[in-house]
Design a protein around this ligand. Structure first.
Ligand code: ATP
Length: 375
């Protein structure tokens, strides 16, 4: 934890019914409740304009909530000026002063704060060695790799021992290779340092790979909060189900019928799936007896099987195949609905060379292994 730098202790953020209405009447954030735990890496994820940055700016004290409370370490901080919040903010460009050495860059905030040279030098070398850049303190930023520059920027942010890191799309200006590399570095570093972090992005790959928990927003409203596995596997709303993951989750309307001799049928258009009672999927849908629901199935949870396979299979017609190198996706019509299936486990016969995956296949059967989503 934070002991590595000998710094301060707890740092939590709590948002209680936080709403932000801008002066022009824009409702940017709508009654959000969120707890960020000590040392947690929380990612705020959502499309452009959903209110992520506004949430971050309220935590930083750069915007005031219209109603509700922003709490830091359990105390209402609505009126606390930004400089008294023990917060470090890192933005897109990680700008370093090019004419200063790495050591001077990291020391800069301490100099501004009037810290004496001796404790200053000690703090800088503590931070630099915690970040693994102790041996480049005399260099200029131009002589560093992208990852090292990132570490220097973080060193400069952390040197004043913030209790909280706020990052707003810090990687969005970088090319995709460096971005993937740095996302592992950033989340690794904040964990090593034990600093609570709130990280804003619209990039779901970034969110799912970096976060301890992800908070997904849409139009100012918090849709779901959970670990990447939870929000991906058990999304709280249809919006999240459709938003997360590529290819998109298959969402099929179905009606549920529970039979007295203990099995369940799911009627999907003109097809029925029979689910034995001891099947986990039966229990998930059984209390919707007689109702119409939406069933969510991830492409990778569906396994292609031979046309004559017995059991709980869905029958579909392949419209086309899409090859992605590491996987192939099959797009099928199941009655009036289109779905997508990841062929990874059991590749279908590839289309002949030159036909670019557009050949029509006969019927295949699809076995349903996905988990239902509640509508
Ligand atoms: P992006 O990813 O594009 O930065 P975001 O999710 O961070 O988007 P915000 O910047 O928080 O979204 O903006 C949320 C909404 O509030 C948007 O509709 C935006 O236009 C609006 N907004 C932001 N700042 C102001 C302001 N100062 N006055 C009025 N409306 C604003």
């Amino acid at each position: 934890g934070r002991r590595a730098l000998g710094g301060k202790t707890v740092s939590t953020v709590t948002l209680k019914d936080v709403t932000k209405v801008f002066r022009d009447g824009t409702l940017a954030v709508d009654s959000i409740n969120l707890d960020v735990n000590d040392g947690e890496f929380m990612v705020l994820l959502g499309p452009s304009g959903c209110g992520k940055s506004t949430v971050l700016r309220m935590i930083a004290g750069l915007e005031e909530p219209t109603t509700g409370a922003v709490m830091l370490d359990g105390e209402v901080a609505n009126d606390l000026p930004p400089r008294d919040r023990r917060i470090a903010m890192v933005f897109q460009d990680f700008a370093l002063y090019p004419h200063m050495t790495v050591g001077d860059n990291i020391a800069f905030p301490l100099r501004l704060a009037g810290v004496e040279p001796e404790p200053r030098g000690e703090r800088v070398s503590d931070v630099a060695s915690a970040l693994g850049i102790g041996d480049v303190l005399a260099r200029k930023p131009g002589q560093l790799s992208g990852g090292q520059r990132q570490r220097v920027a973080m060193g400069r942010a952390i040197v004043r021992r913030p209790g909280l890191f706020l990052m707003d799309e810090p990687l969005s200006n970088l090319d995709s290779g460096l971005r993937a590399e740095l996302r592992a570095e950033i989340s690794g570093l904040t964990r090593e340092l034990g600093v609570t972090t709130v990280y804003v992005t619209h990039d779901q790959a970034e969110a799912l790979t970096m976060a301890d928990r992800v908070a997904i927003m849409r139009r100012g409203v918090l849709q779901d909060v959970g670990t990447p596995t939870q929000v991906y596997g058990r999304p709280a709303t249809l919006y999240v189900a459709a938003f997360l993951g590529s290819p998109r989750m298959n969402l099929l309307e179905a009606s549920v019928y529970v039979h007295l001799d203990r099995y369940v049928t799911l009627n999907l258009g003109d097809q029925s799936l029979y689910l034995p009672w001891n099947d986990i999927r039966s229990r998930a849908v059984a209390h919707y007896h007689g109702e119409r629901i939406v069933v969510g199935m991830r492409a990778e949870a569906l396994t292609p099987v031979a046309p004559d396979s017995p059991g709980d299979v869905l029958r579909g017609r392949i419209r086309y195949l899409e090859h992605h190198g590491h996987e192939s996706l099959a797009f099928l019509d199941i009655g009036a609905t289109a779905i997508v299936v990841d062929e990874m486990g059991a590749p279908l016969e590839p289309p002949p060379v030159g036909q670019r995956g557009l050949r029509r296949f006969g019927s295949v059967m699809q076995r349903l292994t996905g988990k239902p989503v509640e509508a």
